[in-house]
Design a protein around this ligand. Structure first.
Ligand code: PLP
Length: 456
């Protein structure tokens, strides 16, 4: 490919041309230069899916140092639902950065933190009195949800599911299912974490409905742990890194009933599925499940690091004064960004946008599955959609095919991600503000590359 003079775009946001444009090899010469510098300076354990170096992003595209414009089907792993450099986020952060950048809420508080907690109380499932505590990352929120559940119940055991992903800190590694790359060589892990089977319709050895799959999990809890030992059951209502696994209808409500009957707190990890991603404010809303605690992060703040744990006032207040916090938790810039992001979600009805984008993706990918037997499953909700690639006619995972398709999409200017316990899932997480014609173009590139790779 000819190397052309790069367009150095440094202003992002929705005004960026919404187009797929590949003007160099991928990665191009400038990105390769930066990659060479990175090899000497950045720890090898920190990987990048597509090593193009971004100079601007907005709407549905990322622009790199060589002037390539990629259609973004990643949203920074489900973060920039409102788009990159989203106007209200930028505006609020600018105002805040001019006012003050940090006091530490535990030292001298400020209104933004309180406002974000008020928003979380209003938006998360259930109309009861709720309180929140704010943190920096998803893993930190999950750790704190467990602390709160243990303090309020006086019990130790934490129940998690096959294929779960909850983070990379010590406790959340123990809660995460997959060894490589998340846990391998990093043990010993935290104790009192028990794993039970998930409802995974595509991979059930025999047909089982949602309530049946919930019974299978709760019976195992009763036999292997003892219900009266369990502080909390932690579940992603739609699993993220584990493969965008959507449990069978009735699974989550049955699990929630069992938790209620046994005084076990149900923690919904909505870190990837929350904030309009699945076509409602939270994935639990689709089946009217009201969890006890909800963990949030990612989409909450349009790209600034913020996370929360939200729950009934009496549960949240079970922790002694001073027992929760952290230097940066609920940083004023991140809170300002969250208020801008939430205002955008309301104003642009991004839950409805997620449903529209989801229908578009499921339609296109369903057509692909009809003609391409390597696509074993098409699933998802709202703008959280995936295809599972298999050896045709079986459920045998084909991770090599997923990697090949992803690399081919990257070369053509579409940023895709893989995931799943078996590495054979292609997942699609477009910004919710992505123009529909851009998403159609991206789906065409994905479909063409699946067909080409599967028949090669
Ligand atoms: C469901 C879920 N929980 C927790 C986490 C961890 O979040 P973070 O990477 O912000 O620590 C993630 C991140 O992908 C996630 O998807």
């Amino acid at each position: 490919m000819t190397v052309t003079e790069p367009v150095r775009t440094t202003v992002g946001g929705p005004e960026l041309p919404q187009e797929r444009r590949v003007v160099t090899d991928v990665p191009g010469p400038r990105s390769r230069e930066l990659q060479a510098r990175r090899q000497d300076a950045v720890a090898a354990g920190v990987a990048s899916v597509l090593p193009v170096y971004v100079t601007a992003a907005g709407g549905g595209v990322l622009v790199d140092a060589d002037g390539n414009s990629f259609i973004d089907l990643a949203s920074g792993i489900g973060v920039t639902g409102v788009g990159n450099a989203s106007p209200y986020v930028v505006e609020r952060v600018h105002e805040q950065v001019d006012a003050f950048t940090h006091t530490c809420f535990m030292v001298a508080p400020y209104e933004g933190y309180v406002q974000v907690c008020e928003e979380l109380a209003a938006l998360t499932p259930g109309r009861h009195a709720k309180k929140s505590a704010l943190f920096n990352s998803g893993a930190e929120a999950v750790e704190n949800a467990v602390k709160i559940a243990r303090a309020s119940s006086g019990r130790d055991a934490v129940v998690v599911f096959d294929h779960a992903y909850h983070g990379r800190t010590n406790l959340t590694m123990a809660m995460t299912a997959k060894s490589m790359p998340y846990k391998h060589g990093f043990g010993p892990f935290a104790a009192e974490v028990y794993r039970v089977p998930m409802s995974y319709p595509f991979r059930e050895p025999a047909p089982i409905d949602g309530p049946g799959a919930a019974r299978r999990a709760t019976q195992m809890i009763e036999k292997a742990v003892g219900a009266d030992q369990v502080a909390c059951v932690v579940i992603e209502p739609i699993q993220g890194e584990g493969g965008f696994v959507v449990p069978a209808p009735g699974f989550l409500p049955a699990l929630a009933s069992w938790c209620r009957e046994n005084d076990v707190l149900l923690v919904a990890d909505e870190i990837q599925s929350g904030f309009c991603r699945t076509g409602d404010w939270f994935a639990c809303d689709h089946e009217s499940v009201v969890p006890d605690l909800v963990t949030t992060a990612k989409g909450i703040a349009g790209g600034l690091p913020l996370a929360g744990v939200t729950g009934p006032a009496e549960v949240m207040d079970a922790v002694h004064v001073g027992g929760l916090g952290g230097t940066y938790g609920g940083n004023p810039l991140a809170c300002a960004a969250a208020l801008g992001a939430i205002a955008t979600m309301h104003e642009q009805d991004l839950a409805a946008r997620a449903r529209t984008l989801g229908e578009l993706m499921l339609g296109r990918l369903g057509e692909l599955a009809d003609r391409q037997p390597a696509v074993g499953d098409v699933r998802g909700r709202g703008a959280m959609v995936a295809i599972e690639l298999v050896q045709p006619g079986t459920t045998e995972p084909d991770a090599a095919l997923a990697a090949q398709v992803s690399a081919a999409c990257h070369a053509e200017g579409v940023l895709t991600l893989t995931c799943g316990t078996y590495g054979n899932v292609l997942r699609f997480l477009p910004p919710l503000v992505m123009p529909e014609d851009l998403l159609v173009d991206a789906m065409d590139v994905v479909a063409a590359n699946v067909s080409a790779a599967a028949t090669s």
